[in-house]
Write a protein that binds this ligand. Structure first.
Ligand code: ATP
Ligand code: MG
Ligand code: MG
Length: 550
């Protein structure tokens, strides 16, 4: 079981349970279906669903905050559900939509008007801005502020009936145009939008604003603690004002925490969408994207994302988390759980001249050196093999612990071989290395005390599978790409490098998204979109060691 460190939100909850204010808690995760979820959302998911899991009888809702039909889409709804489930969480009951409450929201708006707490305003956008004032100067009352209640009621009903054009009328809460909090200066709570909605179709041509919708949706669902990011701090008085001025029993408490900012990463759906629009990446699930779907496709285990959000904690302090700490969580998980396999990414041929032609040995190798329960795999060995070009040199100093002409090295899970001769093409490039092997060295050192200089990986040339390797790296050259005006100037040109090589037989049916450790090369998983038994494609999940330091 994953253990959870405490945080200020848990302290609030525990006080509320102890004082008897609440018998249990109810949270919600409220994404707007206008894009795919990213690593920042993973933090919010782990927080909200994690709390629901940890307190007796507690629950967490998945609610689509869908009041902005122009930017939203049902495809995003499906993708978000998949991501939350993949992260290992279950929402209570059915998925909810703010749009489920449009009728109730309308009624509460009518209640506000009837109580002289809201009015229909006919200022245009520019006038509205002007009347609102600035941070240093009070706003002015709208000339429509004191129109009769009956007139506002009539106009609001006619707004709903579709009698007026977009932008000509809006419903505003009647609060305080002189409030130091700009959000309280008679905020708009309904506007006209002749837009098709992915859930409600063409039923509505007026849509409630976020600040009016969110608190009421929370209250309708019986949410006890409504957790959101710090930028909503100055929305809280409005959240409380709306609930205080309508006849609804439940008064959830909004609590803000700091957003996750991650080095070298954009965490804004709008900015991520721009990367797709401009063909910088191939889609929301491009393995370089910090989206949950991108990270899943890249091979990040769900547990490593949960571990990451546990480690970063929940505070009110804005900060930027090092990318290396996310990768460390992935690496730790895969070091323990990733099956081992051999793949050669930059092949050069080796012929073992004293090994029988046509012979194919089926060697046994552990799936994990430290975990016998993961079983073994069969690795074919033959006279012709491939090793990585970087694992051979004609001459080298003592620090080079691989294959050198005239010297011995161990082939992982197999024999010791000695490089005897190289074959070169006319241009002087090595095309083949002729070696001898010592048949007494399978799984043990020779009895005369010789020790191999090192261990290298290989695959049989007689029995293997060709594969494409997609080596992913950071997408941006700067730590804070969000601060850059022209994103094109900071795209890392080598964020994807493609190599063609070979993998051992056991990988023919590698499950997509499940990462292996390709020994000495890194962690890789089969690509969920492009890999098939006819053409294997592996994504590099993460390098073996942290390469982000520089
Ligand atoms: P974006 O700016 O990417 O569009 P958003 O906040 O508008 O993000 P929502 O779909 O409204 O996206 O977010 C759903 C929930 O996830 C909200 O409660 C929001 O506060 C939270 N969330 C979004 N981004 C982060 C982040 N970087 N760190 C923590 N929580 C986040
Ligand atoms: Mg939002
Ligand atoms: Mg947003």
């Amino acid at each position: 079981l994953e253990t959870r460190p405490s945080n200020f939100i848990r302290t609030i909850i525990e006080n509320d349970l102890e004082s008897g204010k609440h018998q249990t808690i109810h949270t919600r995760f409220p994404p707007e279906p206008n894009g795919y979820l990213h690593i920042g959302h993973a933090k919010s998911i782990c927080l909200n669903f994690g709390l629901a899991r940890d307190y007796p009888n507690a629950a967490c809702n998945l609610r689509f905050d869908d009041t902005n039909p122009v930017k939203e889409d049902a495809d995003y709804v499906a993708a978000i559900e998949k991501d939350v489930t993949w992260l290992g969480f279950e929402w209570q009951g059915d998925v909810r939509y703010s749009s489920n409450y449009f009728e109730q929201l309308f009624d509460y708006a009518v209640e506000l008007i009837e109580n002289n707490k809201a009015y229909v305003c006919e200022l245009n956008a520019e006038q509205t801005r002007e009347y609102r004032g600035t941070l240093t100067s009070a706003g002015k009352d709208s000339p429509f502020r004191d129109r009769p209640i009956a007139e506002s009621l009539d106009l609001f009903n006619r707004m709903r009936a579709g009698e007026f054009k977009e932008g000509t009328m809006m419903l505003r809460a009647k609060i305080d145009m002189a409030s130091p909090n700009m959000k309280m200066r008679d905020p708009v709570i309904y506007r006209i939008r002749f837009a098709h909605h992915h859930q409600t179709g063409d039923k509505w041509c007026i849509y409630p604003m976020y600040d009016f919708t969110h608190c009421i949706s929370d209250a309708i669902e019986g949410i006890t603690h409504s957790l959101c990011t710090l930028e909503f701090e100055d929305h809280r008085p409005l959240y409380d004002w709306v609930l205080a001025n309508i006849s609804i029993e439940c008064k959830p408490r909004q609590i803000e925490f700091s957003r996750l900012n991650l080095q070298y990463t954009l965490t804004s759906k709008r900015k991520l969408n721009a990367l797709i629009e401009e063909n910088i990446v191939t889609g929301w699930d491009d393995p370089r994207m910090p989206t949950i779907s991108g990270m899943r496709r890249r091979g990040y285990p769900a547990a490593s994302l949960r571990e990451f959000s546990k480690r970063i904690g929940v505070t009110k302090q804005e900060n930027t988390v090092e990318f290396a700490s996310l990768e460390a969580c992935v690496r730790e998980d895969l070091e323990a759980n990733g099956a081992r396999a051999m793949a050669v990414l930059d092949p050069i041929k080796v012929t073992i001249t004293n090994y029988e032609e046509g012979k194919l040995e089926q060697l046994n190798a552990p799936a994990h050196p430290k975990d016998e329960s993961m079983g073994t795999r069969i690795v074919p060995f033959s006279r012709e093999l491939y090793i990585d070009a970087a694992d051979f040199r004609e001459e080298a100093n003592k620090k080079y612990k691989r294959l050198v002409l005239g010297k011995e090295v161990r082939l992982r899970n197999a024999y010791m071989i000695k490089a005897e001769e190289v074959i070169k093409d006319d241009a002087g490039n090595i095309t083949e290395i002729l070696c001898s092997y010592d048949p007494t060295t399978l799984g043990k050192n020779p009895e005369d005390g010789r020790k191999p200089k090192g261990v290298i990986h290989w695959v049989s040339a007689a029995s293997n599978h060709p594969a494409e390797f997609r080596i992913y790296d950071r997408l941006f050259t700067v730590e804070n790409p969000a601060a850059v005006e022209d994103i094109h100037t900071v795209i890392y040109p080598d964020s994807l490098v493609i190599k063609q090589g070979f993998v051992e037989n056991s990988l023919i049916d590698a499950k997509a998204e499940v990462a292996y450790q390709f020994e000495r090369e890194g962690y890789f998983c089969a690509d969920s979109k492009d890999s098939s038994t006819a053409k294997l494609v592996f994504n590099r999940t993460v390098a073996l060691r942290d390469s982000w330091a520089g």
